[in-house]
Design a protein around this ligand. Structure first.
Ligand code: 3PG
Length: 307
Protein backbone atom coordinates (compact mmCIF):
# COMPACT_ATOMS: atom_id res chain seq x y z
CA UNK A 1 0.00 0.00 0.00
CA UNK A 2 1.12 3.58 -0.69
CA UNK A 3 2.81 4.92 2.41
CA UNK A 4 2.83 8.63 3.29
CA UNK A 5 5.37 9.63 5.92
CA UNK A 6 5.03 12.85 7.92
CA UNK A 7 8.54 13.62 9.15
CA UNK A 8 8.56 16.74 11.31
CA UNK A 9 11.35 17.57 13.70
CA UNK A 10 9.03 20.40 14.84
CA UNK A 11 5.61 18.67 14.91
CA UNK A 12 2.31 19.98 13.60
CA UNK A 13 -0.56 20.56 16.05
CA UNK A 14 -2.40 17.26 16.70
CA UNK A 15 -5.53 18.57 14.99
CA UNK A 16 -3.52 19.03 11.79
CA UNK A 17 -2.07 15.51 11.98
CA UNK A 18 -5.61 14.17 12.41
CA UNK A 19 -6.67 16.08 9.28
CA UNK A 20 -3.69 14.78 7.28
CA UNK A 21 -4.49 11.23 8.41
CA UNK A 22 -8.09 11.58 7.24
CA UNK A 23 -7.06 12.79 3.76
CA UNK A 24 -4.42 10.07 3.42
CA UNK A 25 -6.67 7.23 4.63
CA UNK A 26 -9.66 8.34 2.55
CA UNK A 27 -7.38 8.01 -0.48
CA UNK A 28 -6.63 4.42 0.58
CA UNK A 29 -3.06 5.23 1.63
CA UNK A 30 -1.26 4.53 4.93
CA UNK A 31 0.10 7.26 7.21
CA UNK A 32 3.34 6.96 9.19
CA UNK A 33 4.59 9.58 11.64
CA UNK A 34 8.11 10.57 12.65
CA UNK A 35 7.92 13.51 15.01
CA UNK A 36 10.52 15.31 17.15
CA UNK A 37 13.35 13.20 15.81
CA UNK A 38 16.77 14.25 17.02
CA UNK A 39 19.12 12.36 14.68
CA UNK A 40 19.24 12.22 10.89
CA UNK A 41 19.59 8.42 11.16
CA UNK A 42 15.97 8.27 12.39
CA UNK A 43 14.81 10.08 9.26
CA UNK A 44 16.98 7.88 7.02
CA UNK A 45 15.40 4.76 8.53
CA UNK A 46 11.83 6.12 8.39
CA UNK A 47 11.97 7.13 4.71
CA UNK A 48 13.17 3.69 3.54
CA UNK A 49 9.70 2.44 2.55
CA UNK A 50 7.87 5.77 2.11
CA UNK A 51 6.21 6.57 -1.22
CA UNK A 52 5.45 10.16 -0.23
CA UNK A 53 6.91 12.51 2.34
CA UNK A 54 5.52 15.56 4.13
CA UNK A 55 8.09 17.79 5.83
CA UNK A 56 8.47 21.26 7.31
CA UNK A 57 11.98 22.75 7.64
CA UNK A 58 13.36 19.19 7.73
CA UNK A 59 16.40 18.73 5.50
CA UNK A 60 15.88 16.54 2.45
CA UNK A 61 19.27 16.17 0.81
CA UNK A 62 20.88 13.57 -1.45
CA UNK A 63 21.52 11.25 1.51
CA UNK A 64 17.85 11.26 2.52
CA UNK A 65 16.81 10.75 -1.10
CA UNK A 66 19.28 7.85 -1.47
CA UNK A 67 17.71 6.20 1.58
CA UNK A 68 14.15 6.76 0.27
CA UNK A 69 14.18 4.05 -2.36
CA UNK A 70 10.42 4.18 -3.06
CA UNK A 71 9.91 7.91 -2.79
CA UNK A 72 7.89 9.59 -5.55
CA UNK A 73 7.03 12.92 -4.00
CA UNK A 74 8.14 15.20 -1.15
CA UNK A 75 5.97 18.13 -0.10
CA UNK A 76 7.31 20.90 2.08
CA UNK A 77 4.23 21.95 4.11
CA UNK A 78 5.10 25.62 4.00
CA UNK A 79 6.59 28.24 1.73
CA UNK A 80 10.41 28.23 1.83
CA UNK A 81 12.00 25.21 0.17
CA UNK A 82 15.69 25.94 0.75
CA UNK A 83 15.72 22.75 2.87
CA UNK A 84 15.13 20.52 -0.17
CA UNK A 85 17.96 19.73 -2.59
CA UNK A 86 15.89 20.17 -5.76
CA UNK A 87 18.63 18.97 -8.12
CA UNK A 88 19.03 15.78 -6.06
CA UNK A 89 15.24 15.30 -6.06
CA UNK A 90 15.21 15.54 -9.85
CA UNK A 91 18.15 13.13 -10.08
CA UNK A 92 16.22 10.67 -7.89
CA UNK A 93 13.06 11.12 -9.98
CA UNK A 94 11.24 12.61 -6.99
CA UNK A 95 8.71 15.40 -7.44
CA UNK A 96 9.20 18.25 -4.93
CA UNK A 97 6.40 20.67 -4.01
CA UNK A 98 5.61 23.36 -1.45
CA UNK A 99 2.26 24.73 -0.27
CA UNK A 100 2.57 28.47 -0.96
CA UNK A 101 0.43 30.86 1.06
CA UNK A 102 -0.96 28.29 3.48
CA UNK A 103 0.89 29.59 6.54
CA UNK A 104 1.26 33.21 5.40
CA UNK A 105 -1.22 34.78 7.82
CA UNK A 106 0.41 33.07 10.81
CA UNK A 107 3.85 34.40 9.87
CA UNK A 108 2.44 37.87 9.21
CA UNK A 109 0.73 38.02 12.59
CA UNK A 110 4.00 37.03 14.27
CA UNK A 111 5.89 39.75 12.37
CA UNK A 112 3.52 42.37 13.77
CA UNK A 113 3.73 40.72 17.20
CA UNK A 114 7.51 41.05 17.12
CA UNK A 115 7.18 44.73 16.20
CA UNK A 116 4.84 45.44 19.11
CA UNK A 117 7.10 43.48 21.49
CA UNK A 118 10.08 45.52 20.31
CA UNK A 119 8.55 49.00 20.49
CA UNK A 120 7.05 48.22 23.92
CA UNK A 121 10.56 47.49 25.18
CA UNK A 122 9.98 43.74 25.46
CA UNK A 123 7.20 44.36 27.98
CA UNK A 124 9.67 45.49 30.65
CA UNK A 125 7.31 48.06 32.14
CA UNK A 126 8.97 51.15 30.65
CA UNK A 127 7.36 53.61 28.25
CA UNK A 128 7.64 52.56 24.62
CA UNK A 129 6.28 53.83 21.30
CA UNK A 130 3.40 52.98 18.96
CA UNK A 131 3.27 51.60 15.45
CA UNK A 132 0.51 53.93 14.24
CA UNK A 133 1.72 56.44 11.67
CA UNK A 134 5.17 54.80 11.37
CA UNK A 135 6.60 53.73 8.01
CA UNK A 136 6.88 49.99 7.43
CA UNK A 137 8.92 48.64 4.52
CA UNK A 138 8.04 45.17 3.34
CA UNK A 139 11.03 43.55 1.65
CA UNK A 140 9.48 41.16 -0.89
CA UNK A 141 5.79 41.20 -1.63
CA UNK A 142 4.82 37.53 -1.75
CA UNK A 143 2.12 35.79 0.27
CA UNK A 144 3.60 36.71 3.66
CA UNK A 145 4.48 40.27 2.63
CA UNK A 146 0.92 40.87 1.42
CA UNK A 147 -0.50 39.62 4.71
CA UNK A 148 1.92 41.80 6.67
CA UNK A 149 0.69 44.79 4.65
CA UNK A 150 -2.94 43.95 5.44
CA UNK A 151 -2.35 43.58 9.19
CA UNK A 152 0.00 46.62 9.39
CA UNK A 153 -2.66 48.82 7.79
CA UNK A 154 -4.96 47.82 10.65
CA UNK A 155 -2.34 49.23 13.01
CA UNK A 156 -2.41 52.49 11.03
CA UNK A 157 1.12 52.07 9.66
CA UNK A 158 2.19 53.69 6.39
CA UNK A 159 3.09 50.66 4.27
CA UNK A 160 5.79 50.53 1.56
CA UNK A 161 7.15 47.54 -0.34
CA UNK A 162 9.90 46.54 -2.71
CA UNK A 163 10.08 43.27 -4.58
CA UNK A 164 12.65 42.60 -7.30
CA UNK A 165 10.20 40.24 -9.03
CA UNK A 166 6.82 41.90 -8.44
CA UNK A 167 5.83 44.85 -10.65
CA UNK A 168 5.11 48.21 -8.98
CA UNK A 169 1.55 48.11 -10.33
CA UNK A 170 0.80 44.87 -8.45
CA UNK A 171 2.13 46.38 -5.19
CA UNK A 172 0.11 49.56 -5.69
CA UNK A 173 -3.02 47.53 -6.55
CA UNK A 174 -2.77 46.13 -3.01
CA UNK A 175 -2.89 49.67 -1.61
CA UNK A 176 0.82 49.73 -0.74
CA UNK A 177 3.40 52.36 -1.79
CA UNK A 178 5.91 50.78 -4.17
CA UNK A 179 9.60 51.71 -3.91
CA UNK A 180 11.78 51.67 -7.03
CA UNK A 181 14.80 50.11 -5.35
CA UNK A 182 15.72 48.22 -2.23
CA UNK A 183 17.84 51.20 -1.16
CA UNK A 184 14.80 53.49 -1.40
CA UNK A 185 12.80 51.09 0.79
CA UNK A 186 15.47 51.01 3.50
CA UNK A 187 16.09 54.77 3.46
CA UNK A 188 12.36 55.52 3.66
CA UNK A 189 11.21 53.14 6.40
CA UNK A 190 11.90 53.04 10.13
CA UNK A 191 10.59 49.44 10.22
CA UNK A 192 11.73 46.82 7.69
CA UNK A 193 10.11 43.39 7.62
CA UNK A 194 12.02 40.73 5.67
CA UNK A 195 10.14 38.29 3.43
CA UNK A 196 12.81 37.23 0.95
CA UNK A 197 13.70 33.55 0.46
CA UNK A 198 17.22 32.25 1.13
CA UNK A 199 18.82 31.91 -2.30
CA UNK A 200 22.34 32.31 -3.66
CA UNK A 201 21.46 35.95 -4.48
CA UNK A 202 19.87 36.85 -1.14
CA UNK A 203 22.26 35.13 1.29
CA UNK A 204 24.13 37.77 3.34
CA UNK A 205 22.39 40.49 1.33
CA UNK A 206 20.98 42.30 4.38
CA UNK A 207 24.27 43.96 5.16
CA UNK A 208 25.70 47.07 6.74
CA UNK A 209 25.49 49.15 3.56
CA UNK A 210 21.76 48.49 3.29
CA UNK A 211 20.63 48.56 6.94
CA UNK A 212 22.67 51.71 7.66
CA UNK A 213 20.34 53.57 5.26
CA UNK A 214 17.42 53.13 7.68
CA UNK A 215 16.23 56.24 9.52
CA UNK A 216 16.68 56.89 13.26
CA UNK A 217 14.93 54.40 15.54
CA UNK A 218 15.32 51.62 12.97
CA UNK A 219 13.77 48.21 13.66
CA UNK A 220 14.67 45.22 11.50
CA UNK A 221 12.20 42.32 11.70
CA UNK A 222 13.18 38.91 10.33
CA UNK A 223 10.57 36.18 9.89
CA UNK A 224 12.27 34.95 6.69
CA UNK A 225 15.60 33.11 6.98
CA UNK A 226 18.71 33.69 9.07
CA UNK A 227 20.97 33.18 6.04
CA UNK A 228 19.84 36.44 4.40
CA UNK A 229 21.46 38.47 7.21
CA UNK A 230 25.14 39.34 7.16
CA UNK A 231 25.43 38.76 10.90
CA UNK A 232 28.97 40.11 11.36
CA UNK A 233 28.02 43.37 9.65
CA UNK A 234 24.75 43.69 11.55
CA UNK A 235 26.60 43.19 14.84
CA UNK A 236 29.09 45.89 13.84
CA UNK A 237 26.33 48.29 12.80
CA UNK A 238 24.35 47.76 16.00
CA UNK A 239 27.50 48.59 17.95
CA UNK A 240 27.83 51.85 15.97
CA UNK A 241 24.13 52.77 15.97
CA UNK A 242 22.55 52.67 19.39
CA UNK A 243 19.10 53.28 17.91
CA UNK A 244 19.05 50.11 15.77
CA UNK A 245 17.03 47.11 17.01
CA UNK A 246 16.81 43.58 15.59
CA UNK A 247 13.95 41.16 16.30
CA UNK A 248 13.93 37.78 14.64
CA UNK A 249 12.03 34.51 14.50
CA UNK A 250 15.09 32.69 13.20
CA UNK A 251 17.84 32.46 15.76
CA UNK A 252 21.09 33.81 14.27
CA UNK A 253 24.26 31.70 14.32
CA UNK A 254 25.70 34.52 16.44
CA UNK A 255 22.76 34.58 18.87
CA UNK A 256 25.08 34.61 21.90
CA UNK A 257 26.94 37.68 20.59
CA UNK A 258 23.74 39.60 19.80
CA UNK A 259 22.35 38.74 23.25
CA UNK A 260 25.51 39.65 25.14
CA UNK A 261 26.11 42.93 23.29
CA UNK A 262 22.55 44.20 22.82
CA UNK A 263 20.30 42.74 25.52
CA UNK A 264 17.70 45.50 25.17
CA UNK A 265 17.88 45.87 21.38
CA UNK A 266 17.82 42.26 20.23
CA UNK A 267 15.32 39.44 20.56
CA UNK A 268 15.10 36.00 18.96
CA UNK A 269 12.46 33.33 19.45
CA UNK A 270 14.13 30.13 20.69
CA UNK A 271 12.72 28.13 17.74
CA UNK A 272 11.15 29.42 14.52
CA UNK A 273 7.48 29.76 15.34
CA UNK A 274 5.98 31.97 12.63
CA UNK A 275 4.02 29.04 11.22
CA UNK A 276 3.40 27.41 14.60
CA UNK A 277 -0.36 27.85 14.85
CA UNK A 278 -3.08 25.24 14.65
CA UNK A 279 -4.58 27.08 11.68
CA UNK A 280 -1.33 27.25 9.70
CA UNK A 281 -0.53 23.61 10.52
CA UNK A 282 -3.98 22.55 9.34
CA UNK A 283 -3.81 24.66 6.17
CA UNK A 284 -0.29 23.63 5.14
CA UNK A 285 -0.46 20.01 6.37
CA UNK A 286 -3.76 19.20 4.73
CA UNK A 287 -2.78 21.01 1.52
CA UNK A 288 0.38 18.86 1.44
CA UNK A 289 -1.64 15.66 1.93
CA UNK A 290 -4.12 16.64 -0.80
CA UNK A 291 -1.30 17.53 -3.21
CA UNK A 292 0.24 14.10 -2.61
CA UNK A 293 -3.03 12.29 -3.27
CA UNK A 294 -3.68 14.38 -6.38
CA UNK A 295 -0.15 13.75 -7.68
CA UNK A 296 -0.16 10.01 -7.08
CA UNK A 297 -3.71 9.45 -8.33
CA UNK A 298 -4.01 12.07 -11.08
CA UNK A 299 -0.46 13.25 -11.83
CA UNK A 300 -1.30 16.86 -10.83
CA UNK A 301 1.99 18.79 -10.75
CA UNK A 302 0.61 22.27 -10.09
CA UNK A 303 2.91 23.03 -7.16
CA UNK A 304 5.98 21.20 -8.52
CA UNK A 305 9.22 23.05 -7.78
CA UNK A 306 11.74 20.90 -9.68
CA UNK A 307 10.45 21.35 -13.22
C1 3PG B 1 7.96 28.50 5.74
O1 3PG B 1 8.91 28.60 4.95
O2 3PG B 1 6.86 28.03 5.39
C2 3PG B 1 8.11 29.00 7.16
O3 3PG B 1 9.42 29.43 7.39
C3 3PG B 1 7.65 28.01 8.21
O4 3PG B 1 8.56 26.98 8.44
P1 3PG B 1 8.28 25.79 9.47
O5 3PG B 1 7.27 24.89 8.85
O6 3PG B 1 9.58 25.12 9.69
O7 3PG B 1 7.73 26.38 10.74
Amino acid sequence: MTKVLVATEKPFAKVAVDGIKKVVEEAGFDLALLEKYTAKAELLAAVADADALIIRSDIVDAEVLDAAKQLKIVVRAGAGFDNIDLAAATAHNVCAMNTPGQNANAVAELALGLMVYCVRNMYNGTSGTELMGKKLGIHAFGNVGRNVARVAKGFGMEVYAYDAFCPKEAIEAAGVKACSSVEELYSTCQFISLHIPATAETKNSINKALVSKMPKGAVLINTARKEVINEAELLALMAEREDLRYVTDIMPAADADFKAQFPTRYFSTPKKMGAQTAEANINAGIAAAKQIVDYIKNGNEKFRLNK
